[in-house]
Design a protein around this ligand. Sequence first.
Ligand code: GTP
Ligand code: MG
Length: 434
Amino acid sequence: MRESFRHFETHKARERAAIVTLIRSNNEETRQEALEHLNELALLADTAGADVLYRMTQERPKPDVALYLGKGKVEELKQHVEMLEIQLVIFDDDLTPSQARNLEKELNVKILDRSGIILDIFASRARTREAKTQIELAQLEYLLPRLTRAWTHLSKQHGGIGTKGPGETQIETDRRLVQTRILVLKGKLNEIARQHETRRSGRGDEMTRIALVGYTNAGKSSLLNTIATGESDVFVENRLFATLDATTRAVVLSHGRRTLVTDTVGFIRKLPARLIASFRTTLSEVDEADILLHVVDVASSQFEEQIEVVTETLKELKADTKPVIMVFNKLDALPEERKYLVADLRARYPHAVFISAMRGIGIENLKSEIEKVITEASFELTVDIPLAHYEIASRLHELGEVRERVFSDTHVRLKMRVHVRNRERVERLLATAA
Ligand SMILES: Nc1nc2c(ncn2[C@@H]2O[C@H](COP(=O)(O)OP(=O)(O)OP(=O)(O)O)[C@@H](O)[C@H]2O)c(=O)[nH]1
Ligand SMILES: [Mg+2]
């Protein structure tokens, strides 16, 4: 990832961009929020390799059906585009395919929306076969309704951001070909998912699985690097979507209890629904986790909204019933006048932990909170297994944490701790010896 990123930085000329959004009402709060979102869009543009030279806002309750902006505003934008030699205009809201086409015609530059730019970043960062397949699928699904002569013509003419991925040949081909390709990719993903399952089954069932989730740039990868000592580092970067592929590391808690912690792709507001859908396989890590650590950048002025976005996304992924530990990160960067937040948040979130992944503050606290949640989600079990059925004892080792083992002439007595998710398997196993 690092290597290709260097390639990305040095071998590709940065594009000149403008960013645009609407302010939907004449109200200070709405204005502030729109401007924050525009800042985030600027960060996305920067991550994708564009320099933002011009920002435009228009106050209007809803987008113009044909042009998103009002006619006069489009004219004004056009003047700036020409004057500043802008090559790319990015809109914070998702445009309809016809708005995108009309704007392209009016401004004669490449037009992208938030989804388009996120897809582009994902495409340039995907490394594994799975991630690449998922992105290609999402890109084609995004492209399909936009696949007209005007669009392909322009994308060929301009190249660069927003035109990577499916490749020129696909873009030129007709919709039926794209649809066929979509089916092929879906088949591939199913195949990859099946392989994952077989590889996973029967391994590490005795260990608690923990998934790191959170808004992009919250510090999930940094936290994994801090708690999983002794192994090679996970990629950390002060840009959006540094992580695309799930990475799993063993993390040892106190008393030597081993857990598996997985780093996942970050969420963002208005993450295209089809992108979430296509990441379902990667996010199956979240699905299989026993506990979620929701990492929050508490130093961000937007952290409340970010928590909401993550909570909503988890709901969409149907992972909102799992135990969640709220991990408020970047405590070191929280300015003095906002320190009162800590007490507030502690009251609002009973399992909240405050840490700095970078400085290693609060890590022991986090670990003991994890222990606490694990204990709540598991039960003690003492069983006597006839030595004639010793294979059952070894199977039990794979399903729980054996704390004590005492042999008698005829039996072995196991004292163990079992996660509730393995309860049925343990019961079935014991029934075979009865
Ligand atoms: N000040 C401060 N910065 C931090 C802390 N933890 C992480 N960061 C910085 O925040 C940025 C993002 O960190 P990452 O660990 O890559 O964040 P992430 O959540 O994995 O981000 P994505 O993979 O993009 O979703 C990096 O520049 C980190 O150095 C912290 O405790 N304090
Ligand atoms: Mg990361």
